[in-house]
Design a protein around this ligand. Structure first.
Ligand code: CTP
Ligand code: MG
Length: 247
C-alpha cells in the first residue's frame, strides 16, 4: 500500500558500487576508493543516503568477484557497518544486474519497506536537500528522479570521427539530465525489474517502460558522477561547498 501523507515513510536504499570504473582508468585504483576529504568516495555516497531518517535499511552492492569483494570488505567493511548498512555482491557486467541483486535481497531482508532509493556510489557529493526532495515526492508519486535542466546547446554528431561532423542541433527545451538517488515504491520497482529484458543505466527508464508515470524533482549541478579522473578533482572542489553535517 502506498504510504499515507501522515504515516512515516520506511525507505530502503541500494548503493550501487559494483562497477569496474573502467573510464576512470585501470592504474588509478577503483574510483570508489579514492579519498574525498578524509573518507572514500563510496563511503561519502553511502552516508549521504543512509543518514536520512526515513532510510531504515541500506544495502551497498559491491563487486561480484569474490576476491574483489573480500578486498572491498577489508577496505570499507567497518565504515559501512558503522552506517548500519549491509554489503552484498552486485552484478558483474551491468549496473542493471547490481540493482536487481540488491532488490532481490531487500525484498527478503526488509519486506516491510514502502520505497527504495537507488544511488550511484560514484555520486558522493549529493546534497542532502536532493535526497530529501526525492523522499518528499515519494509521498505522492511512485517513481521519482532528480534532474537538472540541460543548459548547454546540444548537437547530434557522428559517433566516431575526429573531428566529428555535426548532424543537427537538438532543441534543449524540455530536456533534463537525470541524477541519483532515484526513488520508487518498492512494489513498482520490483515489477519493473521482474519484467525488464533490456539493460538500462537508469532505473526510472524501466518504470517508464511499464507505462507508469515518473516525475522529476530538482537535482543539483554539484551532484556529479565520478566517471573520469578529472571528475574526482571536481568532486574535491565541490565538497567544501556542501552544507553538511557529515564529518
Ligand atoms: N555499477 C554497479 N554495477 C555495475 C556497473 C556499475 O553497481 N555492474 C555502479 C558503479 O559502481 C557506479 C554506478 O553504478 O557507482 C554508476 O556507474 P558508472 O559511473 O558507469 O561506473 P562504472 O561502471 O564503475 O564505470 P565505467 O562505466 O567507466 O566502467
Ligand atoms: Mg559503467
Amino acid at each position: 500500500m502506498p504510504p499515507t501523507p501522515q504515516s512515516p515513510l520506511r525507505i530502503a536504499a541500494i548503493v550501487c558500487a559494483a562497477g569496474s570504473g573502467s573510464r576512470f582508468g585501470l592504474n588509478a585504483g577503483s574510483k570508489l576508493d579514492q579519498d574525498l576529504h578524509g573518507k572514500p568516495v563510496l563511503v561519502r555516497a553511502a552516508e549521504a543516503i543512509a543518514r536520512q531518517p526515513e532510510v531504515v535499511a541500506t544495502i551497498v552492492a559491491g563487486p561480484a568477484d569474490p576476491e574483489l569483494m573480500e578486498a572491498f570488505r577489508q577496505r570499507h567493511g567497518d565504515a559501512i557497518a558503522r552506517l548500519g548498512a549491509t554489503i552484498l555482491p552486485g552484478g558483474v557486467r551491468e549496473r542493471f544486474e547490481t540493482v536487481k541483486a540488491g532488490l532481490d535481497a531487500l525484498t527478503g531482508l526488509h519486506p516491510d519497506v514502502d520505497a527504495v532509493l537507488v544511488h550511484d556510489a560514484a555520486r558522493p557529493c549529493v546534497p542532502a536537500e536532493v535526497v530529501r526532495r526525492v523522499i518528499a515526492a515519494l509521498r505522492s508519486h511512485a517513481a521519482v528522479a532528480p534532474a537538472i535542466a540541460v543548459a548547454d546547446t546540444l548537437k547530434r554528431a557522428e559517433a566516431t570521427q575526429d573531428p566529428r561532423r555535426v548532424l543537427e542541433t537538438v532543441d534543449r527545451a524540455g530536456l533534463f539530465a537525470c541524477q541519483t538517488p532515484q526513488g520508487f515504491h518498492i512494489n513498482l520497482l520490483a515489477r519493473a525489474y521482474a519484467q525488464a529484458h533490456l539493460a538500462s543505466t537508469d532505473d526510472a527508464q524501466l518504470v517508464e517502460r511499464l507505462g507508469v508515470e515518473v516525475v522529476l524533482v530538482e537535482g543539483d549541478p554539484r551532484n556529479v558522477k565520478i566517471t573520469r579522473p578529472g571528475d574526482l578533482e571536481l568532486a574535491r572542489a565541490i565538497w567544501p561547498t556542501l552544507v553538511v553535517d557529515r564529518d
